[in-house]
Design a protein around this ligand. Sequence first.
Ligand code: SF4
Length: 205
Amino acid sequence: MENKTIDRLKKCFKARNIDFHYFENKTELVLSIVEAAKKADSIGIGNSQTLKKLKIFETVSEYCQHVYDKTLAGSKEEEVKLKRQALLTDLYITSSNAITADGKIINVDHSGNRVAAMTFGPRQVIIIIGENKLTENEQEGILRSLKVATPLNARRAKYSPPCTQNRPCAECLQNQRVCNYLSIIRGQVHPQRMSVMMLKGNYGY
Ligand code: SF4
């Protein structure tokens, strides 16, 4: 990514009380995550293919005793418990479906735990995102979230709404809908709460 694009993103996010960092390689990014994990008594993990690929749960678990990741639940009850525990952590680490060139963060969510934690609860939030998720504006970010991320997420979770079969989504049945929540983060009240860490290359969807 060109330096002028990075500088522009930093400026746009800063104006919204959000930190933005760009990493050329994943080792540097993981070292930043380790530093944050060392200061946290509890960490929540928001389900993400990007985090899985970077082995974020495994890494932070070496430095923090209380790490809540719902994807490791053995039952539906435990999954709900882990989602609820993650809401009041010191640090919540997740990814996002899109960011915009003017510094907004866009997410589509199935049960809402991820967008809830990003919005309020955890003291600090880190969003790890590949540069493939940078979009020009809010409309493009929403389109990316609904047209690219949603069908792929649905397939991964073994749902089969119309968008997974290249059909229009107007008649999606509720028991197949994985896009119940659409969130646009336009800023933070508290500076230093939220950081976006963008990694060079393509990660997740
Ligand atoms: S409403 Fe259904 S078909 Fe449309 S994007 Fe959402 S999950 Fe896909």
